[in-house]
Structures are given as structure tokens and as C-alpha cells.
Design a protein around this ligand. Structure first.
Ligand code: G16
Length: 558
């Protein structure tokens, strides 16, 4: 007599059409030259070498969907990476990033030899108690990379060969696909699972929230938006018609001429601390940049002296926190609020949040999945990476409490504040960082506070900082601990960094292997830009020498 697990195995064997899988595997053959890791945000690599992985992601998505009995999403994108790269991000039922145990399955499946794929699939089914008799439904989206359509086809092939049903949303931003997944799995409680539904939900919340500030006929705010020549441009243009005229947006780097992420976009602006090409910037003009799949945003301006000012994820978190805190005080609600940052957070932002705003700050490893997870532990969890990727999470109980107060509160002042909080909740994409939704929230807050970008910037002063990349033979040789703030291997590296840091004022530095690029990232901050640059340079030299650097030795920053 077979037990539950044995019976499931037998039924699964009957359900899985191994012959069809084998036939299709030949069409999407594995090129054994590259090892693919499901990294910080999914698979990333040169588009020519990931075709087989996309087919296998399709297979995996079906298993995950059957196991969770929910719709699963797959976004074809390599986000901030160069145009020649591509990749996939899997989206779990509530619009969150894929669960860590499944990341391991994804890596194993992507790297298995063709003749081992069936074993890996059976093994996953057994370990995760996947019942293949369940239906599977996958939603698919892609960014504007030239390779995305073909890779998305390989993905669909993988879904179909295991009998999964799918809906292809075509060109969408990553956060839009996260939104669709969440809508579908909450019976559209979260929103309507169409682009129209997304635009209407966000624009309605924006209009309601800013009613008070934008009703004054002379209130106009203008913003230059660099869309990194990516999908964000197409989607923002679609959304423009839903937004009030007083929000004047000039969309640049819309993909009509430039190359995706090339000398533009949020990552370029953050790392190089200068404006993107393609954007003419006059002094004190408010500008922002999205990344290639529009899940990150940073703001910036140039002052009268020509000095560039970046308002990154840390500044965004601070602005949002101060706004939410003021509203909470007005409502009289006693809800816990915390901020989650990573090691990249500027030291000044952490001090400001803790000392001036009195909001507790927690540190997580790089990768929104880690921040998201920590932020879920509070009534209101604000999480932002310094690179501009982040959002705000409201616990179910907090959300219900706020919505109830917005409806039933007798005190006018408190009710109005609760309504504003309710509209803030509706405006935020709680599934993941979303450049469009974050931008609208920031614009709403600035309008309501009657703040210019300069006033926002003046909330606190960033410590000068520098980020660099070092090429090494094997970046996995760098192992870290303490939320990536300390290196454990190679030996002596951390001692070296510690010693270097003592030579500079207000200094801090750390190194970590990137999970999206073949490089080791170096971060340093200090009292002056020269010192931050010098410290970053010296730390990169240490990495280069102790972790088998390849190519030319790092050079001083001039
Ligand atoms: C992804 C992740 C982010 C992470 C970034 C860089 O962003 O979603 O959480 O900060 O990669 O990661 P790493 O330093 O490991 O390369 P995106 O916008 O590229 O998807």
C-alpha cells in the first residue's frame, strides 16, 4: 500500500509528459559554458547564454503555481544591467519575490545537464509536495530589450509543455507585473488586474491625496523624468492621460534614440553622481531617473553653483517617513513604524531617522527580498535601498484600522488625516518598489508639504560617498557577514579595510559580491568627497590584491 508521498510521486509521473519535456529541451539546449545563479533579483546574464534557462524558468513557474495553487509571475528583464544582458524575475503569489528555497531549485534547474532536468523536476515535486494534477497559471511580462520577446517565447514554451495556462501582458514594467500577480491572487481586492486598472488605481489615489494642494489653480509642479530608454517611458506616457495637468512631466530618454541604461537611468545617476545624458538640466530644476524596468527611482537637481545634489533611496525613505509620522500623529493612531535600509544607507540618513524622526532603523542584506521580509514585521514598514528601490508595507491590521477610521471617525481632523493615509496606501505599490508609484507619492508629499526639492534635500546632509566595482576571478570568494557589512573571506581583507577606515574621518567602508553583475562592489563614505574617493580606491586595491583581481589595477579617482 502506497503512502501519501509515494502516491503523489506515482501520480506525478503519470501527469508529467517526460517525452514532451525531453523533446522541448532539445530545442532549448543548455550551453554548458556559464553557471547561472538565481541572484539578488533572479537570473541575469548575457542574453545569448540564457535561452535554456528561460525555458526552465517556465517549467519551474508551473511547479510553483501548482504548489501554491496560485498565479505566479515571470518578468523577462535584466533591469539596470546593460542592454545585451537579460534575465528573469519570478514573482510569488502576493506579488513578492520568489521564496528562498525555490531560488535554490531555480539555480539547480537552470544548471542541470539536459538529461538531468527530469530528475531535478521530480525531485522538486517531491521535496515541495507539488501535486501535478493541480492547474497552473502564469502571468508573463517583458521589458524593451531586443532579446526579451524571444526569451519570453522560450519561457512560454516551458509553461506550455508542463500544461500550464498563461496570460502574456507583453511590455510592462516589473512592478506592474507584480501588481497583476497580487490582483489575481486576491480576487482583485488589491486592484483590477489590467494596465487600465493599475493606472486608475494609482491616479485616483494621487488625485484624492493631492486634492487639497493641487486645487489651488496656481499650483503647478514640473518634473523631468529620465526613463533610462526603457519600459518606464512607454508606461508613463500611457499613464500621463490619467494624471492632473498640474503635474507637468517632461519624459526624456524614452528609448526613441538612446540605448537602454547607457549613460542614463537611476543606477548610472546614483553611481556616477551626475545627471544622465539626454537630459538638459537647468539650475534648481527637479529631475528624476528610473532604471531599465522602472522598479527604482532617484531624484536630483543642480544648484546655482553647478553642484549636483542626489536625493536617493535614503532621502526618499526619510521624506515618506516624516510624512507618515505627521499623519499618524494627527490620526491619534498608535501604530509601530520602522525603516529598513541596507549597508549602503548613508550614515547621515540613519542618524536623521533615529535621532530626529525617532523612527527605529533596521539593516538587511542587499536585495529587496530581504528588506521586504524585515519590513513586514511592523504595522508600517518603510524600506528603501540607497539605489532607489523601495516601498512601504502596511500590515493587514494597520490597513483595516486606517480604513475604518477614515470611514467612521467623528473628529473631522482625525478623519481627514486617516483619509489621507488611506489614499497613501492606495497610491503605494506594496508588492515591490515601483518607480511610477514612488514618484507619484513623492510628488504628492512635496505638494502637500509645499516643499521644493531643495527644501526636501535640506532635511539632512549626506556624508560624501563613493561606489566602485572591482573585477575578480571569482567574486564568490568574498563572503560576508553582519548584513554584508564585514568580509569574512578572503583572509586579511576585513583587517585591511578596518585599518584603512581608521585613517579617515567619519569613515565607513565595506565590500560585497554583486548578485546581478560579475563584480565586487565597494562602498566608502567619509567627511569629504576626496576622502570618500580615496578610501574607496584604497579598499578596491585591497580587494584586487587579496581576491585575485583581473584586468588592470584600480586607479585613483580623479
Ligand atoms: C536588483 C535588486 C536590488 C539590488 C540591485 C543590485 O535591482 O532588486 O535589490 O540592490 O539589484 O544588486 P547587486 O548589488 O547584488 O548587484 P534591479 O533594479 O537591478 O533589479
Amino acid at each position: 500500500m502506497l503512502g501519501g508521498a509515494g502516491r503523489l510521486l506515482l501520480e506525478n509521473r503519470r501527469e508529467m509528459d517526460f517525452d514532451a519535456v525531453a523533446k522541448h529541451l532539445k530545442l532549448h539546449a543548455h550551453l554548458p559554458r556559464t553557471f547561472l545563479q538565481y541572484g539578488t533579483a533572479g537570473f541575469r546574464g548575457s542574453a545569448e547564454f540564457i535561452h535554456h534557462a528561460m525555458f526552465r524558468v517556465g517549467l519551474l513557474a508551473v511547479l510553483r503555481s501548482k504548489q501554491t495553487k496560485s498565479t505566479i509571475g515571470v518578468m523577462v528583464t535584466a533591469s539596470h544591467n546593460p542592454e545585451k544582458d537579460n534575465g528573469a524575475k519570478l514573482i510569488d503569489p502576493l506579488g513578492e519575490m520568489l521564496a528562498p528555497s525555490w531560488e535554490e531549485h531555480a539555480t539547480r534547474l537552470a544548471n542541470a545537464d539536459d538529461d538531468k532536468v527530469q530528475n531535478v523536476l521530480s525531485d522538486i515535486c517531491q521535496k515541495e509536495a507539488v501535486d501535478l494534477q493541480h492547474d497552473a497559471f502564469i502571468v508573463i511580462g517583458r521589458d524593451t530589450r531586443p532579446s526579451s520577446q524571444k526569451l519570453s517565447q522560450a519561457l512560454i514554451d516551458g509553461v506550455s509543455v508542463l500544461g500550464g495556462q498563461y496570460h502574456d501582458y507583453g511590455l510592462v514594467t516589473t512592478p506592474q507585473l507584480h501588481y497583476m500577480v497580487c490582483c489575481r491572487n486576491t480576487h482583485e481586492n488589491y486592484g483590477i488586474a489590467t494596465l487600465e486598472g493599475y493606472y486608475q488605481k494609482l491616479s485616483k489615489a494621487f488625485l484624492e491625496l493631492t486634492k487639497q494642494a493641487m486645487n489651488q489653480s496656481d499650483t503647478r509642479t514640473s518634473l523631468k523624468v529620465d526613463c533610462a530608454n526603457g519600459i518606464g517611458a512607454l508606461k508613463l506616457k500611457e499613464m500621463e492621460h490619467y494624471l492632473p495637468r498640474c503635474l507637468i512631466m517632461h519624459i526624456v530618454n524614452d528609448g526613441s534614440i538612446g540605448k537602454l541604461n547607457h549613460l542614463c537611468g537611476a543606477d548610472f545617476v546614483k553611481v556616477h553622481q551626475k545627471p544622465p545624458v539626454g537630459l538638459e538640466i537647468k539650475s534648481n530644476e527637479k529631475c528624476c531617473s528610473y532604471d531599465g524596468d522602472a522598479d527604482r527611482i532617484v531624484y536630483y537637481y543642480i544648484d546655482e553653483t553647478g553642484c549636483f545634489h542626489l536625493l536617493d533611496g535614503d532621502k526618499i525613505a526619510t521624506l515618506i517617513c516624516s510624512f507618515l509620522k505627521e499623519l499618524l500623529v494627527k490620526t491619534g493612531q498608535n501604530l509601530t513604524m520602522a525603516v529598513v535600509q541596507t549597508a549602503y544607507a548613508n550614515g547621515s540618513s540613519t542618524s536623521y531617522l533615529e535621532e530626529s524622526l525617532k523612527v527605529p532603523v533596521h539593516c538587511a542584506k542587499t536585495g529587496v527580498k530581504h528588506l521586504h521580509h524585515k519590513a513586514k514585521g511592523f504595522d508600517i514598514g518603510v524600506y528603501f535601498e540607497a539605489n532607489g528601490h523601495g516601498t512601504v508595507l502596511f500590515s493587514k491590521a494597520a490597513e483595516e484600522q486606517i480604513r475604518r477610521q477614515a470611514k467612521e471617525e467623528k473628529d473631522n481632523r482625525k478623519r481627514e488625516a486617516a483619509k489621507m493615509l488611506e489614499n497613501t496606501i492606495n497610491l503605494i505599490n506594496q508588492t515591490v518598489g515601483d518607480a511610477i508609484s514612488d514618484m507619484l507619492l513623492i510628488e504628492a508629499i512635496l505638494a502637500l508639504k509645499n516643499f521644493t526639492i531643495q527644501q526636501w534635500d535640506a532635511m539632512y546632509t549626506d556624508l560624501p560617498n563613493r561606489q566602485l566595482k572591482v573585477q575578480v576571478a571569482d567574486r564568490q570568494r568574498i563572503e560576508t557577514t553582519d548584513e554584508e557589512r564585514r568580509a569574512v573571506t578572503p583572509p586579511k581583507l576585513q583587517d585591511n579595510i578596518d585599518e584603512l577606515v581608521t585613517r579617515f574621518k567619519l569613515a565607513r567602508a565595506f565590500v560585497r559580491p554583486s548578485g546581478t553583475e560579475d563584480a565586487v562592489r565597494v562602498y566608502a563614505e567619509s567627511d569629504t568627497q576626496e576622502n570618500a574617493d580615496e578610501l574607496a580606491y584604497k579598499v578596491s586595491l585591497a580587494v584586487y590584491h587579496l581576491a585575485e583581481g583581473v584586468g588592470a589595477e584600480p586607479q585613483p579617482i580623479v
